[in-house]
Design a protein around this ligand. Structure first.
Ligand code: NAP
Length: 286
């Protein structure tokens, strides 16, 4: 079984960004700039934001963290987003979720300008994306496509199944696979006999958010399995995915592990998206 090593591919993506960031900096007199808004004290979210800042620095992108107190009002948050939408030296904006309960994710997803939406997940961004005119593509599904391309796995003509239909992963994943000429079936929690679908597929992308949901018996021999799931409570308290990876060797053709598969790609594509948005605003061809 070929292990699709997302950690390696993410490293390659990051390396490829360094000359682009240098070129942008030379032409614009400053590096691309990502602004991250975080509201409240959720410690896991603060770790994620810190990791994003470190990742930006690793390729030369500048980043600013706007840490707002837990009691921030919707009006204050909206005003902050508007000011970043209008700031000449901000190329990408990311609002870290989850927000404290009194704040509306809907408002945030309606407010961030698509030309600065580094996650590619606001309602306007998704509209452009599904119309085939993306500013940038949603990070995790684009990360999956990048892994497949890196391993020269063409999805054209493949029977693909996406398990999950969230706006963050499942729906845009199905769209990207369709654009790449796979024939795609989307399954979800109301799908009856899930494995009847997955067992037919040449490629299965699993993003159900259910630890170790699928194993060898759910996949066709020599199929390709991409596991987007991420769970901290696997056997022995280890990180695990939606797939029982250890069952796959000798059965499927290729698969992503957890950790070290799709996870590292999401942040690499976030950096790439920031670069793309910066270049687009500056009229620089990449
Ligand atoms: P989500 O919003 O909870 O969506 C889960 C989707 O899976 C829903 O569409 C749900 O169906 C479907 N589903 C749930 N149980 C199912 C089952 N038993 N059979 C078939 N479908 C089922 O989750 P998400 O945000 O898309 O994330 C999915 C997973 O990916 C999570 O583990 C998350 O942590 C991980 N993730 C990883 C990364 C990364 O960087 N690697 C990034 C994002 C997410 P309904 O629509 O019917 O409810």
């Amino acid at each position: 079984m070929l292990i699709l090593n997302g950690r390696e591919v993410a490293k390659e993506v990051r390396s490829s960004l360094i000359p682009r960031v240098e070129n942008f900096s030379r032409l614009q007199g400053r590096p691309p700039h990502l602004s991250v808004i975080i509201v409240g004290d959720d410690s896991a979210s603060h770790v994620y934001v810190k990791n994003k800042k470190i990742a930006c620095e690793s390729v030369g992108i500048s980043s600013t963290i706007h840490a707002l107190p837990a009691g921030t009002s919707q009006h204050e948050l909206n005003t902050k987003i508007q000011s970043l939408n209008n700031a000449e030296d901000v190329d990408g904006i990311l609002v870290q979720f989850p927000l404290p309960k009194h704040l509306s994710a809907d408002e945030v997803l309606s407010l961030v300008a698509p030309a600065k939406d580094a996650d590619g997940l606001t309602y306007a961004s998704l509209g452009y994306f599904f119309a085939g005119k993306p500013f940038v593509k949603p990070c995790t599904p684009e990360g999956v496509m990048t892994i497949l391309q890196r391993y020269r796995i063409s999805v054209e003509g493949l029977k693909a199944v996406v398990v999950g239909r969230s706006n963050i992963v499942g729906k845009p994943m199905a769209q990207l696979l369709t654009e790449a000429n796979a024939t795609v079936t989307v399954c979800h929690s109301k799908t009856k006999n899930l494995s009847d679908y997955t067992r037919q597929a040449d490629l299965v992308v699993v993003a159900a958010g259910k630890a170790r949901l699928l194993g060898k018996e759910d996949f066709k021999k020599d199929s390709i399995v991409v596991d987007v799931g991420m769970h901290r409570n696997g056997p022995g308290g280890k990180l695990c995915g939606d797939v029982r990876f250890e069952e796959l060797d000798g059965w499927v053709k290729a698969a992503t592990p957890v950790p070290g598969g799709v996870g590292p790609m999401t942040i690499a594509i976030l950096l790439q998206n920031t670069c793309i948005l910066a270049e687009k605003r500056a009229g620089i061809k990449s």
